[in-house]
Design a protein around this ligand. Structure first.
Ligand code: ADP
Ligand code: MG
Length: 728
């Protein structure tokens, strides 16, 4: 795009830092001011209501209708006092984003006027007309409508003068139509199973919590340049664009100083988050130009995930105020790093013990290796499912590319932990019978407490042990984390449950507790060895090796979803009570449908851009060259004319070749789409889009990117990477 045009596009937005109004108070004063948290409940609810609600939240008990009415009164008053005029049930449909339908706090007063009103009934349950949310056929099959129901474990909050009530979204026959329902079920299931296992060590534990600390990566693009890129606007990524001469080679962006425009955005974002009770703490530049990260202090999984979804929508709003657009797409720009959302995940007891952290006593450390070995086994048995849970049409561009985890799930443990596990594995199992206290002190008692300072952090691993937690790095930046956490928590729950059973069988057969546990742990370590990989995940050798080990190496996203339908997956989900077969089938239909739709839109956009933007520009430039050649031939003659016009002639031909190739490929791509669209099966359709439409898009792009290097910059119709990627 010509410098002049870029300049005028940029002038449309002021690319100066926007001044941010700083709160007059300190953060502890305004933190959570938009949240109906326990302090607000205490202030606005009658004492008995407060006590009963807190007990229901802590003990995960249902709420009586009478109590709901009383809560609704207090919540409404708080919301009105804080400027809210509307309320909404806030839920997470399978589109991956959040949904809300606003209602005003009014009702007829019977005298022709209205009164402000909000009842327990409206708080607890609603029936959004949600027929257009994806449901994989569930509502057709069961002729059931969907309803949303209050999730009391996540506090209500005010966003944009609307009281938002976090809810689950289910069909009348009880099938989940959202992400939250199965996530809550999985959290419950892992609570029960992990409590059983941890009770072997500490009988006083009543609950185990699942924790999540996400790290959200994103790109910022100037709003005016964004608007000049139809592909970014419609698909969230650039479907074409030659690499910029300078991008991330110098690694000068990572942790570099943050541009003042961006810093102003981040500052306002943090203030907004803190008001909403989202404990964001860390911010920095990421590896790619214009790429950044924001991370909170970790929280209980369900709340943390609500906070992440809320953050994403707040980010979009705040970015607009700073004349930016935020890109959550996993791969908005080819040739530079994409964005992920690392999920730091752990389990912890109600008395404050983190179960993936070693402790001070041999018993603590036996507990530590017990939980590590069980996670290894769960991830190993379900590695195909784990991958299916994070793959989407958008994340597929990032996985397997050279800067992100490969499309193989493996587990990084680090040297210290690997040594400990090796020691246990190499024990003669018979020797574990006697003197068990002493044996465990030999094997596992000496674990350094500060595994946290583990410096050999392997960036290429999709699932890494990082001292007191696992970091699931394969999750995509635009994803609802729940998809990954449902699979992970459910698989770990079933694994822990089996473990507890096996240990009690051994004990019933005469083993003491310690040797029963150690023997089972040893078996898990041996059995799940293939998942353990500390090497370079990007190497060719790893792919070969992973195949030999029998890990899932499927690279086609639509085929990865098959992992959900495997008998062992269905059994695991049913056993844990997280998803029924019907739900799994319906969800897979939605996944395939979403995959197809995303590629279909991209394919249409690149087709239009190629024909309406790129080819006309290329032809215009070609005609300039032709004109030049024509004039040369008028002025000079014979060999001289040929030699002077040789380069132009060559370029004219090359442009013709590219234009012709683009035209033919666009036609072929449209034919591929037509063919795919006629297929009945959503799975087959998605596979066709993957196998035939995507490669055509890539081919078109290659030709366009070549043209971008040839055609006069003044004529090129789209902002280029070098213009999009360096915020001034
Ligand atoms: P890094 O980029 O080095 O991985 P960050 O500080 O950016 O680390 O992010 C780490 C994330 O992990 C934060 O959200 C942090 O709160 C979270 N975290 C730390 N300990 C745990 C834990 N035990 N369980 C879950 N999340 C954790
Ligand atoms: Mg991290």
């Amino acid at each position: 795009m010509s410098n002049l045009r870029v300049k005028s596009v940029l002038e449309a937005s002021s690319h100066k830092a926007v001044k941010v109004e700083l709160p007059k108070e300190r953060v502890e004063r305004y933190y959570g001011c938009k949240v109906f948290n326990r302090a607000k409940m205490f202030e606005y609810l009658p004492r008995e209501t407060y006590d009963a609600l807190v007990e229901a939240i802590d003990q995960r008990k249902p709420l009586s209708r009478q109590l709901a009415d009383s809560v609704a009164q207090g919540m409404k008053q708080w919301a009105l006092d804080n400027g809210a005029r509307h309320y909404t049930h806030w839920f997470h449909p399978l589109t991956g984003s959040t949904a809300e339908k606003h209602d005003a706090f009014i009702e007829h007063d019977g005298k022709g006027g209205v009164v402000e009103n909000f009842s327990g009934k409206l708080l607890v349950q609603q029936e959004p007309d949600a027929s257009s949310f994806p449901n994989g056929g569930i509502r057709n099959t069961f002729e059931a409508r969907g309803y949303s129901a209050w999730d009391i474990s996540s506090p209500a909050f005010i966003d944009d003068n609307t009281l938002c009530i976090p809810t689950v979204f289910i069909s009348y026959t009880g099938e989940s139509l959202d992400y939250k329902t199965p996530l809550l079920r999985a959290i419950n299931s892992v609570d029960k199973a992990a409590t059983k296992v941890v009770n072997l060590f500490d009988p006083s534990v009543k609950h185990v919590y699942s924790y999540l600390g996400w790290e959200q990566e994103y790109f910022l693009v100037d709003e005016a340049l964004y608007a000049a890129r139809p592909d970014l606007v419609m698909t969230g990524r650039t479907l074409m664009g030659h690499e910029s001469a300078k991008n991330q080679q110098l690694e000068d962006h990572y942790f570099g100083s943050i541009p003042s425009r961006v810093e102003a955005f981040m500052l306002e974002l943090e203030i907004e988050c803190h008001k909403l009770g989202i404990p964001v703490k860390t911010r920095h530049n990421e590896v790619a130009p214009n790429q950044f990260e924001i991370a909170p202090i970790f929280e209980e999984c369900n709340l943390a995930n609500d906070h992440n979804l809320l953050l994403m929508s707040v980010m979009e709003e705040v970015a607009r105020r700073h004349n930016f657009r935020v890109l959550f797409h996993e791969k908005p720009f080819a040739g530079i790093n994409g964005s992920g959302k690392h999920n730091n995940w752990s389990l912890g007891t109600d008395n404050g013990v983190l179960l993936f952290a070693p402790g001070k006593t041999p018993d603590d450390n036996l507990r530590f290796v017990t939980f590590i070995a069980n996670v290894m086994a769960a991830v190993y048995k379900h590695n195909g499912l784990m991958k299916a849970s994070i793959i989407t049409a958008t994340n597929a561009h990032r996985l397997g590319a050279n800067e992100a985890p490969p499309a193989i799930i493996s587990m990084f443990l680090g040297k210290q932990l690997s040594n400990i596990l090796d020691k246990i594995e190499n024990r003669d199992p018979d020797s574990l019978k006697v003197d068990s206290k002493e044996k465990i002190s030999l094997d596992v008692a000496q674990i350094p407490e500060l595994l946290l300072d583990n410096t050999d952090r392997n960036r290429t691993s999709p699932f890494a042990f990082t001292g007191n937690r696992f970091e699931y790095r394969a999750v995509g930046s635009s994803a609802n984390n729940a998809a990954a956490l449902i699979a992970l928590n459910a698989a770990v729950a079933v694994q822990l449950d089996e473990f507890a059973d096996k240990v009690s069988k051994r004990m019933a057969a005469g083993d003491d507790k310690t040797s029963a546990i150690l023997k089972e742990v040893r078996e898990l370590i041996i059995e799940s060895k293939p998942i353990h990989f500390d090497g370079n995940g990007y190497s060719e050798e790893w792919l070969e090796e992973a195949r030999k080990r029998g890990l899932d190496t499927e690279t086609s996203a639509p085929k990865m979803y098959d992992a959900y339908m495997r008998p062992e997956t269905v059994e695991m989900f049913e056993k844990s009570g997280v998803l029924s077969l019907k739900e799994i089938e319906a969800r897979n239909e939605v996944k395939w449908e979403m995959y197809t739709k995303k590629i279909q839109i991209e394919s249409r956009v690149i087709g239009d851009l190629a024909i309406n933007h790129i080819i006309p520009a290329a032809v215009r430039y070609q005609s300039l060259l032709l004109d030049n050649v024509y004039k040369i031939k008028q002025l000079f003659s014979g060999a001289k004319a040929d030699s002077i016009s040789a380069i132009d002639m060559e370029n004219i031909e090359t442009i013709s070749d590219h234009v012709a190739a683009i035209k033919t490929t666009v036609k072929e791509m449209v034919e591929c789409r037509k063919h795919a669209n006629h297929l009945d099966s959503e799975r087959e359709k998605a596979i066709e889009y993957h196998d035939f439409v995507l490669p055509k898009m890539e081919k078109i792009r290659r030709h366009i990117d070549k043209l971008e290097l040839m055609v006069d910059n003044e004529i090129w119709p789209l902002p280029k990477y070098r213009e999009l990627l360096f915020i001034r």
